[in-house]
Design a protein around this ligand. Structure first.
Ligand SMILES: NC(=O)c1ccc[n+]([C@@H]2O[C@H](COP(=O)([O-])OP(=O)(O)OC[C@H]3O[C@@H](n4cnc5c(N)ncnc54)[C@H](O)[C@@H]3O)[C@@H](O)[C@H]2O)c1
Length: 302
């Protein structure tokens, strides 16, 4: 029996890259998969046809079950029809993997409002809307008295965790996804829904040029640490029944490594029991900073 046997899984942006690898891995573990992809270019502008149908054909060729959905997940219509496609085609929905997205990298001073809006929209709204529609479906199921063991896997990034030079829009959107993950895990637990996030690293069209050195394929026969397929086993486990009890957590996944990310927590603190003067606040804060852990460097910072 596969780990995802009997489950119905949506993967957004599954026509290529990490999403494609997740969709194939879920199918291999027995899931029926809705393969969503709008088929846009690397910068989000309209591309040739959606590659979702190709991934569906790959899954079917291996004896699996899948259906394509070509909608834009950052619209109400696209997100609603995505959940509807799962339910009308396969009769249910068990797992949502939010993964679709694109980049518009610029230094902040050169970042146009359009580049800000497009990246915030596809990542942050593109996580919120499918999550909202799936959550409404699962809440209705729970209220009908049906057992729900639903799973959501969101896709953040090292840029969202630590920041990344030249990616102010993307880092803000990916950090927002972490906040959304924590809140939705807390709100949806009572309905049987678990929500976690990953920060992956892999060789896809998004990274193969910008990070050409780290992403390079190895000599034939060596472990290809940057293959997107390396990230999918964690995603499949988080998206399966087997991860019961794990929610509101963030994991880095790359090559053969899985890391639990430990988030903001109180460090050194001082309380003077009344209002500080600005210079007292400065003196106390300077002492606290000396006692605190130094922050992790921002990606790309010198
Ligand atoms: N590759 C990495 O190392 C890396 C690192 C950190 C985070 N990520 C995140 O992983 C996810 C997948 O990235 P990837 O590297 O596989 O990129 P990719 O470009 O190979 O795949 C993304 C897919 O999303 C689709 N898409 C874009 N906008 C869409 C929309 N509105 N509706 C539906 N589909 C849409 C694209 O057509 C594309 O096929 C992204 O959220 C990315 O930010 C990737």
């Amino acid at each position: 029996m596969g780990l995802a046997e009997g489950r119905v899984v949506i993967v957004t942006g599954a026509g290529r890259g990490l999403g494609r690898a997740h969709a194939l891995a879920f199918a291999e573990e027995g899931a029926r998969v809705v393969v969503n992809d709008l088929g846009v270019g690397l910068d989000g502008l309209p591309g040739p046809e959606s590659p979702a149908a190709l991934v569906v054909a790959e899954i079917r060729a291996k004896g699996g079950e899948a259906v394509a959905h070509g909608g834009d997940i950052a619209t109400t219509e696209g997100a609603a029809s995505l959940v509807e496609t799962a339910v009308s085609t396969f009769g249910r929905l068990d797992t949502l993997v939010n993964n679709a997205g694109f980049l518009r990298d610029r230094m902040l001073v050169n970042l146009d409002e359009d580049d800000w809006d497009a990246v915030m929209r596809v990542h942050l709204k593109g996580h919120f809307l499918p999550l909202k529609h799936a959550a409404a479906y699962w809440r209705a199921e729970a209220k009908e008295g049906r057992q729900v063991a639903a799973r959501v896997v969101n896709t953040s990034s090292g840029a969202g965790l630590l920041g990344s030079v030249g990616q102010g829009n993307y880092s803000a959107a990916k950090a927002g996804i972490l906040g959304l993950t924590l809140v939705s895990a807390a709100e949806m637990g009572r309905y049987g829904v678990q929500v976690n996030a990953i920060a992956p690293a892999a060789r896809t069209r998004m990274t193969e040029q910008t990070f050409a050195d780290t992403m390079a394929a190895p000599e034939a026969g060596a472990f290809d640490a940057m293959a997107p397929e390396n990230v999918s086993p964690l995603v499949v486990w988080l998206g399966s029944d087997a991860s019961a009890g794990v929610t509101g957590r963030v994991f880095e996944a790359e090559g053969g490594r899985i890391t639990v990310m430990e988030g903001w927590r109180p460090g050194p603190t001082a309380d003077c029991g009344t209002r500080w003067t600005p210079s007292e606040a400065g003196e106390a804060t300077t002492k606290l900073l000396a006692e605190s852990e130094p922050p992790q460097p921002v990606y790309g910072a010198r």
